[in-house]
Design a binder for this molecule. Sequence first.
Ligand code: AMP
Length: 501
Amino acid sequence: MRIGIDLGTTYSAVAAVRGGTAEIVDCQDGRLTPSAVFFDDGRPVVGMSAKNMAAVSPEDYVDLVKRRMGMPGPVHIDEKGREYRPEEMSAIILAHLASQAGLSLGGEVREAVITVPAYFGDAARKATRDAAEIAGLRPLRILNEPTAAGIAYGLLRSESGTFMVYDLGGGTFDVTVMRVGGDDLEVIATDGNRALGGFDFDNILITYAALEILATGGPELRDGGQGEARLRAACEDAKRRLSQLDRAMIRVAGPDRLHQVPVTRRRFEEITAGLLARTEDISESVLAQSNLGWTDIDKVLLVGGSSRMPMVADMLQRLTGRRPSMDINPDEAVALGAALLADQIEPEDRPVVVGPGAGGFRDVTSHGMGIAALDDRGVRSNTVVIPRNTPIPCKRLRDFYTTRANQAEVCFELTEGDSEDIDEVEVTVLDMIALPPDLPEQAPLRVGMGFDADATMYIGLFDVTNERFLGEYQLSRPENMTREAKEASRRTLLELEAGRE
Ligand code: AMP
């Protein structure tokens, strides 16, 4: 069985196509599952029952793992000293969602389309794919979240036009401009911020409440422990209420007594105005990259729980002159789109066709990929081979030249970023590649670089002089796990699930 999974920073959702329509699948916690893990005596518990333990035992609690995807290093070390990488923690969440969905759907879930923010880099996409494999799921596709939302709107509502997807989630922000017509969906441009979301709005409210409590002679609740976890929960609750009410009370138990801090919606909007303005700037920038203006946007689709804050719709109405659309639940659109795509992917991974007929969808690269090399003046600089916002799948060829005769090897430095300045891009892989003997100076080496439909990249090298393919290189990134490590993790996860230590 196949499902679509919106693996969110704070909440995750699962959907499946049943009887021709995409529907959210109920899990233990209902339609949304907190992306939170609690280690109960070393064994992982996922969802609301984990989240409820955050304040009680913060050292056994892990959340916001998505922000660490594609980074090495543990997000948690349990009491026995076992270290958990971000993809292992995500695997625990994915395994829980898949087994819950299996119970609801009455079968075993083996395959899934999993969504990621559009601007996730290559390492974070691979980490997500690895997480699925550790969880025992075949990742059918790693799909960009805004594209998934576009698929949900386009296919569920059969609308066409130029859409902007404004996706403000728990920990991330994405804006995407796309054209939808008939069964086609074409992403024109996308951008985002990996560290901007509801969590940051919570943080500002936490500071506000903590200072108010201090000002009335109360204790400092931002202790990095239980007090802070309770304050965070109280502030997130109050923030949600402020989406419906014009004032709310933040109620939090301190070590001394219950503290109550009143806050109005207007005050909340004032103190978080800077965050909202950042989303406006990014939206403007994506429009500029699309060569479009606000009047060209037929509809803004709101995605992500934080887009429920009334100030978001107010801002977008001011910019577009029209009320944004929320007719598909913003928490659910991404999972629904993922499920629709999962249902459409051919078993043998043939090119994806969405919907009936000859339609399809085109996504774009969310960051430039290139090669670090010496330029004409002998200065090490970045050559962007595939610029950002290039439709995918795609492949580009570019010639580089040896610097001396009989050069034995080249140092391959892949870059992720859009600047020519090497200091402004991320050099993601370092590899020494042996060259055939007796190449003259300035011998052309042709680099073929491409993104597959997952926006995961591949790279090949061709020796033009001898007309020989030097090989397609598997990217070995220190940030990602090796096959052996993944297999070991899978075994550990199975043991944990079986209740053995
Ligand atoms: P997501 O990553 O899309 O699951 O986003 C969840 C985020 O949306 C969290 O930061 C929630 O606090 C936030 N959120 C959910 N519902 C509301 C609401 N009614 N008003 C404001 N924020 C909300």
